[in-house]
Design a protein around this ligand. Structure first.
Ligand code: XMP
Length: 540
């Protein structure tokens, strides 16, 4: 991802975040602790557990056992990872974690860690086991495989493999390539599996995770967004007391849900500041005012700074320069707005769990590259607020559920990601008011038609891009010389990679006809058929 300011959240350094860490305290009733050995799937494991209505926390692999014990986990999971347990600087846990007396599940590299500490042997396999495989369940009584058939499709990704069982372990599953693909220490409830139950390519993996957390660790189903609303409301009240809170509302999912939650807790002690930078999509400013001002009756301070942003952007064509100009203007406008909002002790942010997990910087781990473009900018030093981050324990899908629970409309809860610099990175070349108007009208048609076809919420992002290219056309009997508009629709899981969506031809035809008929200034519509990589999702 490219660097660029993110306006719904001010980026903070890890150390600054740690200083703020205790501000939003949250104690789940029960939790599973996941030790992260650098797998790109660690967060997926955490999400799968939460989908079982059990809270999960990710900690670094070397977190001292005493700290983990203090978290009172009902079970531990050792994640996969790209290393080999015999490598010189292999990530290894505090071995006292095996004495905590709670069930343990080692996944992939995690099973090798188990073996390393508990008397087994790990060696380089003759061939890497990668991709689909079949696990033959050797012990149908094994609690991990309860209600599963004797042969289960699984997904593997490992080079090393177990060649000797750790002491007192038994084999509970095999694959063509491994006699020890799944192992168990029945008395101590320690399990190891070579495959990845968390990925979608292990179709019954969710049941395996559920068997572990419910059947083996004995967790109930207390982690629900309904419960979270109650706990978080209390915690916000406790933390804020009678002070005031300011929140930068962008209209995106995170800041919107944070606003609704905080408002539920403290009502008028919250002031939301919504900056219209003139780079928003059609009706965006109106929807925010309608939903938060009129429906929720929040104190909403609307700052229309469109003219200022346009002025600052005059003559700017370089994409990164655009981002910088917009980022700086935003901070200035926001700072002035906070002064107008009156004295407040807290600044609320919609920071999510993936932003605060301390990732393990292990070479070869693609997850380490994920968040770079969220790291530019920063809370201006002279803004002396305490942070209030009531979503910092949640994943994005949980935030959407929470939004529904709080009564936010689908239009906001299911909102597609929208870049902080807004339409500026979709209006190529120099930005002018009239070009933005053309883009806004065209984009609204793309969105409307995709919604009518029930495709909008099924795509990751769908939008229009205005190209700085004019070409000759003929409309009515007249020759035209107008702009070209590109339609971009992509599928993605996380924005890191994306596939272009095969939008049906008749729908494309309808969109193209409507745009050329209804939007003056466009005489040609094209479709972007580039995936990421090699393209990026945004054009700038
Ligand atoms: P790219 O274009 O890099 O985008 O494939 C990946 C995801 O990030 C969003 N994006 C941004 N978000 N500030 C943001 O807040 C930015 O400067 C920015 N640039 C891209 C993009 O919409 C997509 O979801």
């Amino acid at each position: 991802m490219r660097p660029g300011p993110v306006f719904s959240k001010f980026a903070l350094s890890k150390s600054a975040r740690c200083r703020h860490k205790l501000l939003f305290r949250f104690w789940p009733m029960e939790q599973i602790v996941i030790l992260d050995f650098g797998s790109q799937y660690t967060q997926v494991i955490a999400r799968r557990i939460r989908e079982c209505n059990v809270y999960s926390t990710i900690v670094r692999f070397d977190t001292p056992a005493s700290e983990i014990e203090a978290m009172n986990p009902k079970g531990l999971i050792l994640s996969g990872g790209p290393s080999s347990v015999y490598a010189k600087d292999a990530p290894l846990p505090d071995k006292a974690i095996f004495k905590l007396g709670v069930p343990v599940l080692g996944i992939c590299y995690g099973v090798q860690v188990l073996a390393h500490f508990l008397g087994g042997k790990v060696e380089k396999g003759d061939k890497r086991e990668y991709g689909k495989g079949t696990l033959t369940v050797a012990d149908r009584e094994c609690a991990l495989f309860k209600h599963l058939p004797a042969a289960v499709q699984v997904w593997n990704s490992h080079g090393d493999k177990l060649t000797r069982l750790p002491k007192d372990f038994v084999v509970v599953g095999t694959t063509d390539n491994s006699d020890y693909a799944a192992i168990e220490h029945p008395k101590r409830k320690i399990f190891g599996i070579q495959f990845h139950p968390e990925v979608v390519h292990t179709p019954r993996g969710r049941e395996i995770v559920a068997n572990f957390v419910h059947g083996i660790c004995g967790c109930g189903k207390s982690w629900t967004m309904r419960n979270y609303v109650e706990q978080a409301t209390e915690e916000i009240r406790r933390q804020v007391g009678s002070d005031r809170v300011i929140l930068g509302l962008s209209g995106g999912v995170d800041s919107s849900v944070a606003a609704a939650l905080i408002h539920r807790a403290i009502g008028d002690q919250l002031t939301c500041i919504f900056v219209n930078n003139g780079l928003l999509r059609a009706r965006e400013a109106e929807v925010v005012q309608e939903v938060f001002g009129r429906n929720f009756k929040m104190k909403l301070q609307y700052e229309n700074a469109s003219a200022l942003f346009l002025r600052k952007l005059k003559g700017v064509t370089d994409p990164e320069k655009k981002r910088k100009v917009i980022g700086k203007a935003f901070v200035d406008v926001f700072q002035t707005a906070t002064k107008r909002a009156g004295k407040a002790k807290f600044l609320a942010q919609g920071t999510l769990y993936p932003d605060v997990i301390e990732s393990v910087p292990i070479a070869g781990n693609p997850a380490a590259m994920i968040k770079s473009h969220h790291n530019v900018g920063g809370l201006p030093k002279n803004m002396k607020f305490k942070l209030l981050e009531p979503l910092r324990a949640l994943f994005k899908d949980e935030v959407r559920q929470l939004g529904v629970e709080l009564g936010l409309p689908k239009e906001i809860v299911q909102r597609q990601p929208f870049p902080g610099p807004g339409l500026a990175v979709r209006c190529l070349g120099e930005i002018t008011g009239s070009k933005l108007e053309i883009l806004r009208k065209s984009d609204a048609i793309v969105v409307e038609e995709m919604k009518l076809a029930d495709l909008y919420y099924k795509t990751w992002q769908t939008f229009a891009v205005l190209l700085p290219v004019r070409s000759v056309g003929v409309q009515g009997d007249e020759r035209t010389y107008d702009f070209t508009l590109a339609i971009r629709a992509v599928e993605s899981q996380d924005g890191m990679t994306a596939d272009w969506v095969k939008v049906p031809y008749d729908l494309l035809e309808k969109i193209s006809t409507r745009i050329t008929n209804e939007v003056r200034g466009i005489n040609r519509v094209v479709l972007d058929i580039t995936s990421k990589p090699p393209g990026t999702i945004e054009w700038e």
